[in-house]
Write a protein that binds this ligand. Structure first.
Ligand code: HEM
Length: 404
């Protein structure tokens, strides 16, 4: 049998390498929007298909786990929990990042961003390069999510390190790591820290009025969440609140550094800053692919899919779908529906942190255009993606900041 030329592309959706195959995606959208990858997984390349499939949670179950890996219900990540329990847990999560709570972190985020730029500008004046990802970007989402959940913001470097270890390690796929089984075995320091947050509040007759305390008191069907459920949820929130938003902010700073005239335009037209955030979410899609498993034999838009098969939702591809976006590879501030992209997924698992991520991206851009004349990347800088198959953001951004 002749090899299918579309399968002959040199690409693998699980590849952690630095190249995102936008050329492959464009061809798939054109020629085979629902296709099979070399290893037999399905790949959805168009936004309309992706959003439709994301709504079918009984058919396509989120899972990064390898086939055969069984996770005890208490230790399931929120993205893995089946309905109806997922919907109940989602209500709790939504309350953590509800609009009225975000209003409270706005000033914190702005003050922190100013402080980080103060330091970075001073270092640049002294003739040193600043590694923007580590020194300016990372502390923002890690500190903000800590404040929301009730963790100590000064521990943000620990969160950053621990969440990197989880995301880059084996645990998400195998439910075990080099050091042991489950989250507690694979990442004992992270779990011990979160367990201590829970224990402190349980022992305190007057615990602080934060999300963790509320979580302890919440009931689903008349039952409180167990300590293991509480821990799993808090760890997942700490990770999802920073791994993704970090890349959004890094991508925005990279765009500011490399897009001619963008800094000036946004300074003169700050009303366009939210559009810049949306356009980065679309074009530099932080999540490249989402992974699902087919739970029951199905026919999806004319394609017979078998139970157990893996399906990739091609978010980065969907976000450049020419059926929805004119000149899809261009960074434009005048898109008619700036928020119409798939960067936050869709259906019942759509990202609950979208407003928080947008708030952080907007504030960092506002402060950057107010404070900076230029972000000068290190001569010879080459963009290198973080080594995570689903994530798109620069591993490093060494630069000099020129103040206005
Ligand atoms: C630019 C930043 C962000 C991006 C691009 C992003 C993207 C996504 C996507 C695509 C999903 C859907 C996953 C799926 O369907 O399997 C998701 C889910 C989720 N995100 Fe975000 N996210 C971001 C920031 C945040 C923040 C700041 C939080 C903090 C609260 C957060 C918390 C979550 C949670 C808890 C889920 C799981 C929801 C569920 O399964 O019901 N995310 N995110």
């Amino acid at each position: 049998m002749a090899t299918d030329p579309l399968l002959d592309f040199d690409w693998d959706p699980m590849d952690t390498g630095t190249r995102i195959p936008f050329d492959v995606y464009a061809r798939l959208r054109r020629e085979r929007p629902i296709s099979k990858t070399k290893d037999g997984s399905w790949f959805l390349a168009r936004q309309d298909d992706l959003i439709a499939a994301a709504k079918e949670v009984e058919v396509f179950r989120a899972s990064m786990r390898e086939p055969g890996v069984v996770v005890p219900p208490e230790e399931m990540l929120i993205s893995e929990i089946p309905e109806p329990r997922h919907g109940q847990v989602r209500k709790i999560v939504n309350s953590a990042v509800a609009a009225h709570r975000l209003g409270r972190v706005e000033d914190f985020t702005r003050d922190l961003t100013h402080e980080l730029f103060d330091r970075a500008i001073a270092k640049s004046r002294g003739g040193e390069f600043v590694e923007l990802v580590q020194e300016v970007v990372m502390p923002v989402p890690t500190s903000v999510i800590a404040v929301l959940l009730g963790a100590a913001p000064e521990d943000h470097a620990l969160w950053g390190k621990w969440s990197d270890e989880v995301v880059q390690g084996d645990y998400p796929r195998f439910n075990r790591g080099e050091r042991g089984e489950g989250l507690a075995g694979a990442h004992p320091e992270f779990t011990a820290y979160v367990d201590a947050m829970i224990a402190e509040r349980k022992a305190n007759p007057d615990p602080p009025p934060d999300f963790t305390t509320r979580l302890l008191r919440t009931e689903i069907d008349g039952h409180r969440l167990s300590d293991v459920e509480l821990r799993t949820l808090l760890v997942f929130l700490l990770i999802s609140g920073n791994e993704t938003t970090r890349h959004l902010i890094s991508n925005l700073l990279h765009r500011l550094a490399t897009t001619e005239g963008l800094m000036r335009t946004l300074r003169e037209r700050p009303d366009l800053i939210p559009n810049a955030v949306e356009e980065s979410l679309r074009l530099d899609s932080v999540v490249i692919n989402l992974v699902r498993t087919v739970c029951t034999d199905t026919v999806f838009r004319g394609h017979a899919m078998r139970e157990g098969e893996r399906v990739f939702f091609g978010v980065a591809s969907a976000n450049r779908d020419e059926a929805l976006y004119a000149s899809p590879d261009e960074f434009r501030l005048d898109r008619p529906k700036p928020k119409g992209h798939a960067a936050f997924g869709g259906g019942p698992h759509v990202c609950p942190g979208a407003s928080l991520a947008r708030l952080e991206g907007r504030i960092v851009l506002e402060v950057a255009v107010e404070r900076l004349a230029e972000i000068a990347l290190e001569p010879g800088f080459r963009w290198e993606k973080v080594p995570v198959f689903w994530a798109n953001g620069p591993a490093r951004l060494p630069a000099t900041l020129v103040a206005r």
